[in-house]
Design a protein around this ligand. Structure first.
Ligand SMILES: Cc1cc2nc3c(=O)[nH]c(=O)nc-3n(C[C@H](O)[C@H](O)[C@H](O)COP(=O)(O)O)c2cc1C
Length: 181
């Protein structure tokens, strides 16, 4: 079945390791016939939630002038959401975390989402896989809370510099994940 897949990326680095992961994932998902939108949240200006509780009451998802307002309609349309992020401080990049926090607006604005499935792909500079424990755990809690079926995660350790991922097998794995969702 054809799905509307939203790939939300977290890196501000153009052509970085997570961007390459996202492109590989999208290649696989396109081959499987899905409709895929890539949204580069890490390159946008997204503030932390101010907890004003006025979401959607002023003609826009967030009452502030915030790039989340261009992302919210994409989230509203998606059947599946894929988070692809560099590991920052053992977690999501700040911009991507702000988008995740602002899912709160769909509760306040009483918007019912169609998202049924999610995945996490994350890369980091450290060689030790345990540094991803925090982000995997947070991601799983979010998926469980949102009642999304967790379709799995891929972690990529040991990629610090731009392009390091090119000499690994992880882009092939990301393409396979895109193909199987
Ligand atoms: C602000 C910042 C925080 C980072 N924090 C971590 C970290 O906690 N653990 C880690 O392994 N790598 C960390 N890194 C390294 C990045 O995760 C790594 O370089 C990654 O490949 C960047 O992905 P990108 O090329 O898609 O931007 C950090 C990098 C930056 C710029």
């Amino acid at each position: 079945m054809k799905k509307n897949i939203l790939v939300l990326t977290g890196s501000p680095r153009i052509g970085g390791n997570s961007d390459l992961l996202a492109d590989a994932f999208i290649k696989g998902a396109n081959k499987a016939g899905h409709e895929v939108v890539k949204c580069e949240a890490g390159k946008k200006k997204i503030m932390g939630c101010k907890a004003c509780d006025t979401c959607y009451s002023k003609g826009k998802p967030c009452s502030f002038d915030d790039d989340f307002n261009s992302i919210a309609p994409l989230i509203e349309k998606a059947d599946a959401i894929i988070f692809i992020t560099p590991l920052y401080g053992f977690s999501f990049s700040t911009q991507l975390k702000a988008v995740i926090d602002k899912h709160y607006s769909f509760i306040i604005g009483e918007k019912k989402l169609n998202i049924k499935e999610s995945m996490l792909l994350a890369c980091g500079g450290d060689d030790d896989e345990s540094v991803f424990n925090g982000i995997i755990s947070t991601y799983k809690q979010i998926a469980c809370y949102q009642k999304w079926t967790d379709r799995g995660h891929l972690i990529v350790p040991g990629v610090l510099n731009k392009g390091d991922i090119l000499s690994t097998e992880y882009l092939i794995l990301a393409e396979k994940m895109g193909h199987t969702i």
